[in-house]
Design a binder for this molecule. Structure first.
Ligand SMILES: Cc1cc2nc3c(=O)[nH]c(=O)nc-3n(C[C@H](O)[C@H](O)[C@H](O)COP(=O)(O)OP(=O)(O)OC[C@H]3O[C@@H](n4cnc5c(N)ncnc54)[C@H](O)[C@@H]3O)c2cc1C
Length: 382
């Protein structure tokens, strides 16, 4: 496989660097302080990044998932909390709409995502249904041309600000032999009732990227806003989660690469026992291993992206990429922090925040164990 970047890929990479410097970097500290980075999100939308993979026929730039990966890796170096915003629209919503949406739905929602008017969220997780989505209890009951939804979602990124939300609910009766999970698109505006958002979850890292509970209390959604048919919900969710796994992995790689780069520079200046930290063979071997592991993770992720771009079934590769890249990135930052000694642990230096920010990457968008479970299934292990 040829992993050389094309001219178009290089152009996207340059754009990502420019957006990283001009839009994300100025907001990184404010997001870390807990501020909602609304202007940074607007900047990402204005640069066309929120709807990168919307095809040209729906007014998008028609970028590839490989190009999205380049953007996520680059922006992850500036602020993974801000970069994560791109995941919701580009991964969780666009592909499900393309694969399951009617022509009318595509024409209605995709241009809005492409022009940045849509602030997207993806509401799958519930208090008693995380990895096991089949335990979902949010219900949707048909009432004329609408469905009425009741239940609770939790940990939903961007729930407070989102105006285009992919919501999942059970449409089969409680005593049905088979549970039917259905995907809805909620177009939320000031007239929406029955959608209440809880306070942002207090989390270890990724400050600024708020995740909230959503309480659904007789929320009405037109039946015309179902993606696919009733019962297609899980398939629709998965088709968004697979690219999401590559995008989040790319971000984690970006953070880890920055940790390595900063540690290389630090090791050249920090002195002990009459020589630099860089002169110790342990330092050289640790950093050589870290770089090799991150290069391997990057290749795995890019391979999965190319499969997605070719329209192939990339589910197994996306799972491989997700667990390997995110676990590797966490280990890399852990090992880099060790090389910084006490300064790595101090909030005065960047490693501490990277360590906290990266921790969630092995959990959301399918935890490591879930990815391994998926891979084992593809290997015929039951
Ligand atoms: C900051 C943040 C943002 C998030 N954003 C969103 C969002 O926007 N939308 C959304 O829908 N969700 C979101 N989530 C939810 C996230 O996807 C879930 O937290 C995740 O899927 C894990 O579910 P859980 O927390 O219920 O853990 P559980 O499912 O309870 O898992 C507990 C443990 O069991 C393990 N486990 C699960 N299955 C298996 C298995 N088959 N074999 C062995 N071990 C297993 C897990 O790996 C984990 O270690 C977010 C979460 C956080 C923290």
């Amino acid at each position: 496989m040829d992993f050389r970047l094309t001219e178009a890929d290089e152009d996207i990479l340059s754009l990502a660097k420019e957006v990283g410097e001009k839009v994300v970097a100025p907001w990184a500290e404010r997001a870390e302080a807990g501020e909602h980075p609304v202007e940074a999100y607007e900047g990402l939308a204005n640069a066309g990044l929120t709807g990168m993979v919307v095809p040209e026929e729906y007014d998008g730039p028609g970028c590839t998932y490989l190009q999205l990966s380049l953007v996520m890796e680059t922006l992850g170096q500036y602020s993974p909390a801000i970069a994560e915003h791109l995941n919701m629209s580009n991964c969780n919503l666009i592909l499900p709409i393309l694969k399951f949406g009617t022509e009318e739905q595509k024409r209605k929602w995709l241009p809005r995502i492409a022009n940045g008017d849509a602030y997207c969220a993806f509401a799958l997780t519930e208090p008693n249904a995380g990895s096991d989505n089949s335990a979902m209890s949010t219900s949707a009951v048909r009432d004329g041309d609408d469905y009425i939804l009741n239940g609770q979602k939790c940990f939903i990124s961007g729930a407070e600000y989102a105006n285009l939300i992919m919501l999942f609910a059970v449409t089969s009766p409680k005593d049905a032999p088979k549970k039917e999970i259905t995907a809805f698109i909620l177009e939320r505006d000031e007239n929406t009732t029955g959608y209440t958002v809880g306070s942002p979850e207090k989390t270890m890292g990724m400050n600024g990227a708020d995740a909230n509970d959503i309480f659904l209390d007789d929320l009405r959604i037109p039946a015309a806003n179902i993606l696919g048919k009733p019962g297609d919900g899980f398939k629709a969710a998965m088709c968004g989660l697979n690219p999401g796994r590559t995008a989040l992995s790319s971000e984690a790689i970006g953070v880890a690469q920055r940790a390595i780069d900063l540690t290389v520079e630090y090791a050249k200046t920090r002195k002990m026992f009459g020589k630099t930290l860089a002169a110790f063979q342990n330092t050289q071997f640790v950093l050589a291993e870290c770089q090799t592991q991150i290069d391997a993770a990057r290749l795995l992720v890019r391979n999965a992206c190319v499969m997605l771009d070719q329209g192939q079934d990339a589910a197994m590769l996306c799972s491989e990429a997700k667990w390997f890249a995110t676990e590797t990135a966490n280990q890399v930052v852990y090992r880099c922090m060790q090389l910084w000694g006490g300064y790595g642990y101090s909030k005065e230096y960047p490693l501490e925040q990277m360590y906290r920010d990266l921790r969630i990457f092995t959990i959301f968008e399918g935890a490591t164990e879930v990815q391994k479970h998926t891979i084992a299934r593809f290997m015929g292990l039951r």
